[in-house]
Ligand binder design. Structure first.
Ligand code: SAH
Ligand code: SF4
Ligand code: F3S
Length: 449
């Protein structure tokens, strides 16, 4: 292995070039790509949105399900011919898949010049420099207990919502999940730095910030709780909406719910990943709550934050999940009535506790059937919720053009619903009042008031 990989400790070849970053996976990866853009910008590189215009292509990857891996494999496979025709093209794989597969990725894909894990982005200029200058392949995949990139201001591209990573890593070790291995141990940033960053963002014109973490509500810094942090961020003048993702149901103490209920700027949307409805399965998943505890929490949230929007993540076909247990998941969904939910087939991840201990024994066809069923159940619930808003006036923030029709805006409510409407007098980043006229399971359609 050592003749294949060199550690990037020696000085880098200082060099300029155009870098194209392609991001897969969750919002944390979006944020990390902005950090990477900033680190490279400080080292003389410029960013390009076009792959064909780039000297360096970076894939910031995800490892959460096998489909995430397959997507990258096909992109790397497609680059083999491109690399043969462009001798100077450099390809790097960053993020969770790089951290997960490590040097195996270099062995499997000759088109990859280097890999770099989520805690090693400061080494990127060296990795790129050595690949370009000395044709050396490299790997930087050490995880850190301290790295938070506190001093790096991300190169943000959105303009409306700014992501702010407030903590990194996860110590929960849900038995199905690869994240504790790809992102390492939990660590929180100093709240002073976060509030300072929010002030700068408000001064730049951002009206919404979303606090990010793999397990964001377990944020904890020298006595500052996540509720304290949210309230401090919401106090920054100019910021009108504060969101957060992705939380864990185990970390919703009453003061956090009361903070959300009591502040107009803390959006009334909580992502509450259920994963499964049967207590036996939840225990096997190491989720730290029973079915009844989850139901009680959902009830408490609805009581404390009237009108709250609840969304969720659900996994179908975890090892040994029976038909009856699957039905319990459906029962919980019907009882809680999430506004929307992501529903996934269980995907065995190498190195996780579930992979080590249990056979992936629910047939793929059964997993698919279960997913299809729950998608239909959720569609009906989402439609019912959306229909209840028809005729009402809601305040929305315009995020961009509608994907289907560029003459219309795509905007978001204080909860988390997407509203599509036309108003040529408005611009991206504007807040406006819209009266809802039509509802589908995924979107609302309205007219400006
Ligand atoms: N920290 C977040 C999870 C981030 S991953 C949380 O605890 O909610 C996003 C979602 O991917 C998870 O909520 C889970 O539903 C899903 N997921 C994670 N590992 C998976 C796996 N091995 N197979 C299928 N879905 C998985
Ligand atoms: Fe994965 Fe569980 Fe951590 Fe979420 S809380 S990232 S599902 S281990
Ligand atoms: Fe994927 Fe890593 Fe995010 S595995 S979901 S990119 S934390």
């Amino acid at each position: 292995m050592t003749d294949l990989i060199s550690s990037p400790r020696q000085p880098a070849t200082v060099s300029t070039g155009r870098v194209n970053i392609q991001t897969f996976g969750c919002q944390m990866n979006e944020y990390d790509s902005e950090l990477v853009g900033s680190i490279l910008g400080q080292n003389g590189y410029s960013l390009t949105p076009e792959e064909t215009d780039a000297d360096v292509i970076l894939f910031n990857t995800c490892a959460i399900r096998e489909t995430a891996h397959l997507r990258i494999y096909s992109r790397l496979g497609a680059l083999v011919a491109e690399k043969q025709s462009r001798d100077d093209l450099i390809v790097g794989v960053l993020g969770c898949m790089a951290q997960n597969l490590k040097e195996d990725l270099l062995l499997k894909f000759p088109s990859v010049d280097f890999i770099c894990g989520p805690d090693a982005y400061r080494q990127l200029p060296e990795l790129i420099g050595r690949a370009r200058g000395m044709r050396q392949r490299g790997a930087a995949v050490e995880l850190s207990e301290y790295e938070t990139y506190e001093d790096i201001a991300p190169t943000r591209v959105d303009g409306v919502n700014a992501w702010i990573a407030v903590m990194r890593g996860c110590d929960n070790f849900c038995t199905f999940c690869v994240v504790p291995y790809t992102r390492g141990r939990e660590r929180s940033r100093d709240p002073k730095g976060i509030v300072e960053e929010t002030r700068r963002l408000a001064a730049q014109g951002y009206r919404q910030v979303t606090l990010l973490g793999q397990n964001v509500n377990s944020y904890q810094y020298d006595g500052t709780s996540f509720a304290d942090l949210m309230l401090a961020v919401a106090e920054v003048d100019g910021i009108e909406r504060v969101r957060f993702t992705s939380p864990h149901p185990k970390d919703f103490p009453r003061p956090l719910l009361e903070a959300i209920a009591g502040s107009e700027r803390l959006c009334s949307h909580i992502h509450l990943p259920l994963q499964a409805g049967a207590t036996r399965v939840l225990k096997k998943m190491n989720r730290d709550y029973t079915r009844d505890e989850f139901l009680r929490l959902a009830e408490l949230i609805r009581e404390t934050i009237p009108g709250v929007s609840l969304t969720s993540d659900i996994i179908c076909g975890f090892p040994t999940e029976t038909d009856a247990e699957f039905t319990e998941t459906e029962d919980v969904m019907r009882a809680v009535e999430f506004d929307s939910a992501f529903i996934f087939k269980y995907s065995e991840r190498q190195g996780t506790i579930a992979e080590k201990l249990w056979e992936d024994d629910v047939p793929d066809a059964v997993k698919s059937e279960r997913v299809t069923h729950l998608v239909a159940v959720q569609k009906d619930i989402s439609l019912k919720h959306h229909q209840a808003t028809v005729g009402k006036t809601v305040r929305v923030l315009i995020e961009g053009e509608s994907r289907k029709n560029s003459a219309e805006w795509r905007a978001r409510t204080y909860g988390n619903a997407i509203v599509v409407f036309a108003d040529p007098s408005r611009r991206v980043g504007d807040f406006c009042d819209v009266q809802i006229k039509e509802a589908t399971p995924h979107t609302l359609r309205g007219i400006p008031c």
